[in-house]
Design a protein around this ligand. Structure first.
Ligand code: 0L1
Ligand code: MG
Length: 261
């Protein structure tokens, strides 16, 4: 793919993110031929631009991690993107809805590794052995595309809709936790809007970290120790509105909350 085109497409999604403005998906008219491999080149350029602006990668995130969503999008692999430091929201604090386009939240379990993991054959057991802590988290997604209407290459080129992350402050050792049967409820203003269990993420959230390591190995990259890794939404994404109090409870892992003003 031509370098100028990669830059043009990265500018397209990056500018929309900076200006909090909806855009039409790339594959509609701008470049209908965009493949998944092309889209990761666009994402790499987007990441490069953000780093050049002084932003810092906090950690990777996985998306499309439920079998139902993969089937719906007709793909075999989940997708990945990156959470940056300017996207972090402190637990218990508030966000302004005006800083987003049409934000939604996803309850996720995050992993912090004690050592790097390098694919291509990383397993769930390898991940659990390398895990220092797991922690509860909420991802805020905010596709830059109109009505969240995109194909898989489009969403990869948009850094997989990454817009925010709230990490819980309780870190737990993974040893005595059964993360596949951890229950999760997402409440808005005290009313449960979605619920699920850890197994919704590739049967076990550790599988998501393994898949990430194996996908990154195709580019000669690893999953790094010390970074929180968002493993994917346990329930469908829940839309946010001004005035919401968002509270997510995780069995055995604690609670994470924030306000929307
Ligand atoms: O983190 C995610 O699972 C989001 C992936 C992109 C799909 C979306 O924006 O709904
Ligand atoms: Mg997510």
């Amino acid at each position: 793919m031509d370098k100028n085109l990669i830059r043009e497409l990265a500018n397209y999604t990056h500018n929309a993110e900076k200006e909090k403005r909806e855009i039409i998906k790339i594959t509609a008219e701008l470049y209908p031929e965009l493949t998944i491999d092309d889209a990761y080149l666009v994402q790499e350029e987007l990441v490069r631009q953000k780093l050049e602006e002084g932003k810092r990668i906090v950690g990777p995130k996985m998306g499309i991690t439920s079998e139902a969503k993969m089937k719906q999008m007709n793909v075999d692999d989940p997708i990945y993107g990156y959470v940056f430091d300017n996207m972090l929201v402190n637990e218990g604090e508030s966000i302004s809805i005006d800083d987003y386009i049409h934000p939604k939240v996803e309850p996720e379990i995050a992993f912090i590794l004690s050592r790097d993991l390098e694919g291509p054959d990383v397993t769930q057991l390898d991940v659990l052995r390398a895990t220092e802590y797991v922690l509860p988290a909420i991802e805020i997604i905010d596709s830059r595309y109109e009505n969240f209407n995109f194909t898989l290459p489009d969403v990869i080129a948009d850094n997989t809709s990454a817009a925010g992350a709230v990490f819980g402050t309780q870190l737990k050792r993974p040893d005595n936790l059964e993360l596949d049967v951890v229950g999760v409820t997402v409440s808005i203003n005290g009313k449960i809007q979605a619920l699920g269990a850890g197994a919704a993420v590739l049967e076990h959230p550790a599988n998501s970290v393994a898949r990430l390591a194996n996908m990154l190995s195709k580019k000669g990259e690893k999953v790094k120790a010390g970074q929180p890794i968002l493993t994917g939404g346990i329930t469908e994404a829940v839309k946010l509105s001004r005035g919401d109090y968002v509270s997510v409870k995780y069995g055995g892992l604690g609670e994470v909350s924030f306000f929307v003003r």
